[in-house]
Design a protein around this ligand. Structure first.
Ligand code: GDP
Ligand code: MG
Length: 243
């Protein structure tokens, strides 16, 4: 994307050797998201096998920009580096492994731009949403966390741990991330924003486990981060204001 035009939506897409998935992931966005968009593909190292594929697609996808994450290795640093490069009013974090169905992105963007939402969560655990495949324990814990926060604490989504989420960019800018690794930052940001009175909504979404490449999800290592923000979300509701 050139000149001073700003896209309707900037995607932040972290990648770690997604050479087998990236073309399909970009085509899905091209086919299902007819908004002006940029896709910021964030990689950690120059030998990443996603890069040659990206170079071969450069002409066909002028909206795609490869960004080298220089904040430190790992998916959280990559997402932070991607967020730092965003300019659009709406930022969507999504994965390159074809797990997320980007067909809901236009509605996510509409909810933020037209209906005043600040964060829209893709939700596997509400009516119409689904989780297909993936490790049993990871899925079970994610579901129990999401449903307990929703039903016990009134958390505004059934799916607290999904990273596939649309954010009003200003919310990302004003919310410092304390999480040190993994994907718990998405629960952190959403819980903090909700506690501050920001409007958080959800849309049903189907998540499918990847068929190419390998997951780098580290349940044990990241569990303490999740628990910290789970507890925060359980105990911080927005204060009553106005109506
Ligand atoms: N830049 C970067 N991206 C990563 C890293 N680990 C995972 N990713 C990307 O993050 C997304 C989700 O990762 P994945 O390991 O499949 O997690 P899962 O979907 O929870 O199993 C994919 O697009 C990966 O390529 C990393 O260390 N650095
Ligand atoms: Mg995955």
């Amino acid at each position: 994307m050139s000149g001073v035009t700003t896209a309707d939506v900037d995607f932040v897409m972290p990648v770690y050797n997604e050479g087998g998935n990236i073309e399909r992931a970009l085509r899905e966005i091209q086919e299902k998201v007819s908004l002006a968009n940029r896709v910021l593909v964030v990689y950690d190292f120059d030998e990443d096998n996603t890069l040659p594929v990206l170079r071969s697609l450069a002409e066909e996808f002028p909206n795609v920009q490869a960004i080298r994450n220089t904040l430190g290795r790992g998916v959280l640093h990559a997402i932070r580096a991607g967020i730092a490069a965003t300019t659009a009013e709406v930022v969507v974090v999504t994965m390159a492994d074809l797990s997320d169905d980007v067909a809901i992105v236009p509605r996510m963007v509409e909810m933020i731009r037209r209906d005043g939402y600040d964060i829209v969560c893709a939700s596997r655990y509400m009516k119409g949403g689904r989780q297909q495949g993936g490790p049993f324990l990871k899925g079970l814990m994610s579901r129990v966390a999401g449903l307990s926060l929703h039903w016990l604490a009134g958390f505004p989504t059934h799916d607290a741990t999904n990273a596939f989420r649309a954010y009003r960019r200003s919310v990302l800018v004003e919310t410092p991330i304390e999480s040190q690794g993994g994907f718990a930052y998405s629960l952190e940001i959403t819980a903090k924003a909700y506690a501050k009175g920001r409007k958080v909504g959800e849309l049903p979404s189907v998540w499918r486990d990847r068929s190419a490449g390998e997951s780098r999800f580290r349940l044990r290592a990241w569990l303490p981060h999740y628990l910290k923000w789970y507890f925060f979300a359980m105990t911080h509701r927005p204060g009553r204001r106005g109506a």
